[in-house]
Design a protein around this ligand. Structure first.
Ligand code: ASP
Length: 335
């Protein structure tokens, strides 16, 4: 009897399958995913792997349309596999991992995203190791969406790319790693695993009209009028520190009322990478709370933006979006 775990490998592009373009335009995805096996001796003896290429893009070109393609591919295939590995460019991998968490609630198998900082064919590549970690996690039986990178397993909705070139490109922000790979093998930290709470569903309606604004001292409040004119449906503000927004000289806060009156959810997070925002500490936050903004607490920007894109696909109701943001679906927030 075949006791090997059945793993589906879905390729979407990224550095991992990239090579220099003939025209000298830089690296672009080119290697066929079936070509990875010679680089991974022994892996095909350990797992029964089916490899499919569903996209072939630099991840800077992966957008909501592609998230739908990836989520549907996973949803259609998951009943037939023990685990799924998705190879993906590192640049937007944290966004994809985060939105897949919301699009595929209660996915009952491991879905593990990985990629690399150097192409698979490079003699010093990190791709082979990262793929091995991803396969190990995908065979673990632990449900959820994860990133495997540089010996770490990270909750998809807590991942942030923090380095442009270093092999330790991802961190789990405001949450411990789900696991590490060391001489003990794959060591899982049970305390951070998300709990299943029902049947897996595909919730793939998204609204991409979400704008992320990073506050800078002196920002002109008219920016919010422009966003309304442009028909943006949701805004995430990366505010200062614990959640401060300026109202002296240029009053951003009174503009926020106009947005919430128009039914536009405004989610406020912090520009600080670590620790939680708390808008109730300072007047510069509390006044914004009174205008009806939604606090992002300790969510990453990637999780806040993707959760809003997803939430606006599920409902137009500002109150329901408030409730969605006050709920942790898979460990993305500590409300
Ligand atoms: N530009 C690449 C991408 O995100 C970078 C990488 O894969 O590391 O697709």
């Amino acid at each position: 009897m075949n006791s090997k775990k059945k793993i589906l490998l879905l390729a979407t592009g990224g550095t991992i399958v990239s090579a220099e373009t003939a025209g000298g335009d830089g690296l672009a995805p080119s290697l066929d995913i079936a070509g990875i096996f010679p680089y991974l001796p022994g892996v095909a003896d350990t797992y029964e792997i089916t490899a499919k290429s569903i996209l072939n893009l630099d991840s800077s070109n992966i957008q909501p349309e592609e998230w739908v393609v990836i989520a549907r591919s996973i949803y259609e295939a998951y009943p037939d596999y023990d685990g799924i590995v998705v190879t993906h460019g590192t640049d937007t991998m944290a966004y994809t991992a985060s939105i897949l968490t919301f699009m595929l609630p209660n996915i009952p198998i491991p879905v593990v995203l990985t990629g690399s900082q150097l192409p698979l064919a490079h003699p010093l590549t990190d791709a082979t190791d990262n793929l091995r970690y991803a396969f190990a996690m995908s065979a673990s039986g632990i449900p959820g969406v994860f990133i495997a990178f540089n010996r770490r397993i990270i909750l998809g909705c807590r991942a942030v790319k923090v380095r442009t070139t270093g092999f330790d490109a991802f961190e789990s922000v405001n949450c411990e790693d789900v696991g590490i790979i060391n001489s003990g093998g794959l060591v899982i930290n049970q305390s951070v695993l998300p709990k299943l709470s029902g049947k897996c569903r595909l919730l793939d309606r998204l609204c991409s009209d979400v704008f992320l604004i990073k506050l800078t001292p002196g920002l002109n409040p008219r920016i919010f009028d422009m966003l309304l004119d442009m028909n943006y449906k949701g805004i995430v503000i990366e505010a200062f520190g614990a959640g401060g927004i300026h109202f002296v000289h240029r009053d951003l806060i009174s503009k926020l009322q106009k947005l919430t009156d128009c039914g536009i959810p405004v989610v406020v997070s912090s520009q600080c990478l670590y620790e939680r925002s708390d808008l109730s500490i300072y007047q510069t936050g509390k006044l914004a709370l009174r205008q009806g903004v939604i606090p992002a607490y300790d969510m990453t920007t990637e999780a806040a933006v993707t959760k809003l894109i997803w939430a606006l696909g599920q409902t137009d109701s500002l109150n329901e979006i408030r409730t969605i943001f006050a709920t942790s679906y898979a460990g993305e927030v500590t409300p």
